[in-house]
Design a protein around this ligand. Structure first.
Ligand code: MOS
Length: 734
């Protein structure tokens, strides 16, 4: 293919609008007569609402209306993924039952945000509490989820019990991870505006089409009566992948008061309203021969979910396929407690699963006196041992080699506590990364306009990942026009449909559609020029024509040329347009993953017991990198998320109340600049044409997988302390 701007570090198309503040996020949408809604949430974890006294609130200044379960219309239950859009099953405000602390129980609407906040505080709610189960440890029974994103929760190959018993070296350990919250900078936010029976939602979402489907279903509306717009998303990390109840509440509130309504969740409400990462408890047993050959992997995970909906991440699935091993058993169990339903978050299964597996490999390496990289190379899986399929591409070994070289891994001395800098203990750790390659059907249109502009459109989302930029790059190369001519539009259900921006699938799904549409436009323009007596190219064969810089020219005689825009203009057209629908990938013949390797250096103060990451190198095999600049940023984002997971991030729930303690960003510590060293990101040279015509695999989530393990392994190397429960806070090293 003619790659000119594809693969080059083009500046982010939306950078200027974001830096100057002109990018309009859902929270910024201003409409005339806009009213403001505030959600009121339960203050007990289980029971019933006895009474909601709204009389004081209704007298408050600027008050426009209150919705409670007493006056909210009956809503249809939304079919959940995979049958329908990803959504919280439980429709809001349908009855007086309380399932968890922080569940929405009313919406108060007023003319200003201040008046709405004030009126919301005047609601007088009384309850009949029930006993509640607020922690995983106190849940009465565990169950197996029916399926985990379509896969069976349990599987066995070979005979893991016998293999473990016969292993030369064994490990059997428990690893745990806490409740974590996504904490995007932009909270959940929806602006709802009715025009007769037509609803427009401006929503911060990872899937405009999913919001449309879920809201239309809940309200019993036709799809074409709902439009969802979300051109900018201020971070999501999975929290905006499901359609959460506040979105429907915004629509209902707007209808109730007869005005457009803006509903923005508070930071505190973000701890109960957009899901979270379930805490996980992993039992990991590994068996190996003296030479390091893995002979058994047993990975059993318990997670929590709400009392009313299943959600489980495939936390042990990575253990089936990352390494060659004949005897493997994985098992997933869930317990139901009085908590919100968890959801996908930053590589939902692999992020936590890799903490167990990759720390386990490190523990095994110590027992075997093998270098951690060497142990992994010895167990490299030449084919996917679970699916028993060849890899479409697998750059794991290249990632080990390149990452180790860039990091300087060979200078590592293997003994724990053997490396120091002054009084600081220094440790180096590493881990593998892998994440599935996903791709779904997507559509795009490309327009070549008579004035020289190129417009690309797809109803996809840019979560800050660079989608605007890469869409334009692809169209520019396919058409042979410069980047500055191309603009891309997305985040609107009026545009050709595109899938959920989750599972790291946006680039792999949308790029082929944009590529195909732009090639179709190019073919039409070439055909028009060849048929046009006024074109210098008239009558030439199509395969003699090349395109570049917005011009068509004879490959053998570049002075014979015409302009794309002139061809369109001479036809008397405003534009030439094509739409293409790119199908989902076939997963039959190949197993598809993105891979990576992480190398971390930590320094631990021997008196304060604080571990800090001081160097980090992440190396990835993620197929063709469309834009190394935005890709690098995305990888750094994943690694920063992993640093948080390793060292600081944890949501504390008071077990007596079932309530998040200190639901704010002071208590929930995400890494700041001072916590993050310069991160070295590098990509191996790879394109995977089994995935799609552009060779793009997917990058969003593989970047966090293994990061926490690499850091925990570095902490062990520095201190000799094996911390198996995240985050690694100073109290655990003291
Ligand atoms: Mo991502 S956690 O699949 O939105």
């Amino acid at each position: 293919m003619r790659a000119k701007v594809i693969g080059s570090p083009v500046d982010r198309a939306d950078a200027r609008s974001k830096v100057t503040g002109t990018a309009c996020y859902s929270v910024d949408v201003a409409l005339s007569r806009l009213a403001h809604a505030v959600v009121v949430q339960t203050a007990i974890p289980s029971g019933r609402v006895r009474q909601i006294d709204t009389s004081a609130a209704e007298q408050a200044p600027g008050m426009l209306g209150v919705l409670t379960h007493l006056n909210t219309p009956t809503l249809a239950e939304v079919p959940v993924f995979p049958a329908g859009p990803a959504a919280q099953r439980l429709a809001p405000l349908q009855n007086d039952v309380v399932h968890f602390d922080g569940e929405h129980l009313a919406v108060v609407v007023a003319d200003t945000l201040e008046n709405a906040v004030h009126a919301a505080r005047l609601l007088d709610v009384s309850y009949d509490p029930d006993s509640a189960v607020t922690t995983m440890g106190t849940a009465a029974q565990e169950s197996a989820p029916d399926s985990i994103f379509g896969e069976a929760p349990d599987s066995v190959r070979g005979d893991p019990a016998t293999a473990l018993a016969r292993a030369d070296v064994r490990l059997d350990a428990v690893y745990t991870t806490p409740v974590e919250h996504h904490q995007p900078l932009e909270p959940g936010a929806t602006v709802a505006a009715w025009d007769g029976d037509h609803l427009t939602l401006y929503d911060s979402t990872q899937w405009v089409s999913g919001v449309r489907a879920a809201v239309a279903h809940a309200l019993g509306m036709r799809l074409d009566k709902v439009r969802v717009i979300g051109p900018f998303v201020g971070g999501a990390f999975g929290s905006k992948g499901m359609v959460w109840p506040h979105v429907v509440l915004a629509a209902l509130a707007a209808r109730h008061v007869g005005r457009p309504v803006k509903l923005v969740l508070s930071r505190g409400q973000m701890f109960t309203s957009l899901g979270y990462r379930s805490p996980t408890v992993h039992r990991l047993a590994l068996g190996a021969m003296d030479d390091g050959t893995l002979t058994a992997i047993v990975h059993e995970v318990t997670q929590q979910t709400s009392t009313f909906q299943d959600f489980a991440a495939g936390a042990a699935f990575l253990s089936r396929s990352l390494y060659r091993c004949a005897n493997v058993a994985v098992r997933h169990r869930q317990v139901r407690i009085n908590a919100p339903t968890p959801t996908v978050m930053r590589a939902p299964g692999e992020a936590v699963g890799s903490f167990a597996l990759e720390c386990g490999l490190d523990e095994l390496a110590v027992k075997l006196r093998l270098d951690p990289v060497d142990l992994r190379v010895r167990n490299f899986a030449e084919v996917d041992p679970h699916e028993r399929l060849p890899w479409s591409s697998n750059g794991l070994r290249e990632c080990y080699v390149l990452g180790a070289e860039r990091f300087g891994w060979t200078a590592r001395t293997p003994e724990a506590r053997s490396m120091r800098d002054g009084s600081d203990l220094v440790g180096w750790g590493m881990a593998s990364a892998a994440y599935g390659v996903n791709r779904e059907a997507a559509s795009a249109t490309v327009r070549m306009c008579a004035d020289g502009r190129v417009e690309v459109a797809s109803g996809t989302q840019d979560l800050g990942t660079g989608t605007y930029t890469t869409m334009s790059q692809i169209a520019a190369d396919a058409l042979g026009v410069p980047m500055y001519c191309v603009t891309s539009d997305l985040g609107d259900t009026n545009l050709p449909p595109a899938p959920h921006s989750g599972g790291s699938q946006t680039a792999a799904s949308v790029s082929p559609a944009v590529w195909a549409a732009a090639l179709a436009v190019r073919s039409r323009i070439v055909a028009l020029a060849l048929a046009d007596e006024n074109s210098p190219l008239h009558g030439r064969p199509p395969d003699a024509v090349s395109t570049a810089e917005g011009q068509l020219f004879l490959t053998d005689d570049p002075n014979v040329r015409d302009f794309h825009a002139a061809v369109v203009a001479r036809q008397g057209l405003d534009f030439v347009e094509a739409r293409e629908d790119a199908g989902p990938a076939s997963h039959v013949a190949f197993a598809m993953r993105s891979f990576g390797a992480h190398f971390a250096e930590v320094r631990v103060d021997p008196d304060l017991h604080e571990a800090r990451v001081t160097r980090f190198c992440g190396t990835f095999g993620a197929g063709r990198i469309l834009n190394p600049k935005t890709a690098r940023s995305q990888a750094i984002g994943g690694i920063v998320g992993g640093i948080g997971m390793a060292l600081t991030e944890r949501t504390v729930v008071d077990p007596r109340l079932g309530r998040v303690v200190a639901a704010n960003l002071t208590a929930y510590k995400i890494p700041t600049h001072a916590d993050v060293p310069e991160v070295d990101v590098c990509f191996i040279d790879e394109e995977d044409l089994q995935v799609n015509a552009l060779g793009v695999k997917g990058l969003g989530e593989v970047a966090i997988v293994g990061v926490a393990a690499a850091i925990a392994n570095a902490v062990h190397h520095a201190t000799g302390r094996r911390v198996r429960d995240l985050p690694i806070t100073p109290d655990k090293l003291g």
